[in-house]
Ligand binder design. Structure first.
Ligand SMILES: NC(=O)c1ccc[n+]([C@@H]2O[C@H](COP(=O)([O-])OP(=O)(O)OC[C@H]3O[C@@H](n4cnc5c(N)ncnc54)[C@H](O)[C@@H]3O)[C@@H](O)[C@H]2O)c1
Length: 265
């Protein structure tokens, strides 16, 4: 069987982007090839071969990607989502962009018109398949995130994380409301809301304590005759949990790999 190579373009060459590139390139048999890497901080591109570094994202189509993967910031989807989807498929991991009113419709409209696809990875959400498969069953879904304040980008919340000395609830309300306040921290909440009962019905809580050195995400979904509890406690660097880079690679692979072997779905 001849193998088609999936051409993958990467936006964001930080913690996650660098791991995803390495994992794609470490396994040439997976049928994927990185065809560009773009980052707003162009110093991150300086060490890359010229055929990979893409300084102007406006030139992305010249690399003929089959899939573009955002691993940078929700602003990329706001500014480039529809332009990318005019040409090719798009996966974005900064899922808080979906909390913008009208974003889902805008993306859906372009995919229908152009026949392209959007992918949302499960990322930090353990059990996204169960949330989605039972989305008509859940009566309530709660997400509680606990972190050290130094791992929370508080810029938009107007809070100085260095002034927090004890356990403090930074947010308690709808997932729609938390996304614009902590856009880099609550992608997990956004994915849970999108998979389950939506941004306005999902309940989000963010608690910080400088004594915590791990990040905890607890999900509780309830419906008639069914109760789902999931909790993961893990190390965290910056805004990203330890398991996320490999999880994102796995999603890229599920979409793009054309290599032989046994593939879990
Ligand atoms: N879906 C999930 O479960 C999940 C989990 C963790 C992180 N994330 C999100 O993934 C993204 C990347 O996380 P990370 O830990 O790799 O962050 P990081 O800070 O290590 O890297 C982000 C990179 O993107 C670049 N960047 C920022 N804004 C950009 C823009 N507008 N255009 C192009 N490049 C831009 C930065 O220069 C940086 O190199 C963040 O938005 C984060 O919130 C999602």
């Amino acid at each position: 069987m001849t193998q088609k190579i999936t051409r993958v373009g990467l936006i964001g060459y930080g913690q996650i982007g660098a791991v995803v590139r390495k994992m794609i390139e470490d396994d040439p048999g997976n049928g994927m090839e990185v065809v560009f890497i773009h980052d707003a901080d162009t110093r991150r591109l300086d060490s890359l071969p010229a055929n990979l570094a893409l300084r102007d994202l406006g030139d992305f189509a010249s690399r003929k990607p089959d899939l573009v993967v955002e691993m940078a910031h929700p602003d990329v989807t706001r500014q480039w989502g529809t332009t990318i989807l005019e040409q090719t498929n798009y996966m974005f991991i900064s899922v808080t962009a979906l909390a913008d009113v009208g974003m889902e419709e805008k993306l859906l409209e372009i995919t229908r018109r152009r026949g392209t696809r959007v992918y949302i990875p499960h990322g930090g959400v353990v059990g996204m398949d169960a949330l989605r498969e039972n989305r008509d069953v859940w009566e309530e879904v709660h997400v509680v995130m606990k972190k050290n304040p130094k791992n929370v980008d508080c810029a938009r919340a107007g809070v100085d994380p260095n002034t927090i000395t004890k356990e403090t609830v930074l947010y308690d309300g709808t997932t729609r409301g938390i996304c614009p306040i902590f856009p880099r921290n609550v992608n997990t909440h956004a994915s849970i809301a999108y998979a389950g009962i939506g941004f306005d019905r999902t309940h989000s809580v963010m608690i910080v304590d400088p004594a915590w050195d791990k990040a905890t995400v607890s999900i509780h979904a309830k419906g008639p005759g069914v109760d789902l509890h999931v909790e993961r406690v893990e190390a965290i660097t910056g805004v990203t949990g330890a398991s996320t880079p490999a999880s994102i690679f796995n999603s890229v692979q599920m979409i793009g790999s054309t290599g032989p072997g046994i593939h879990l779905r």
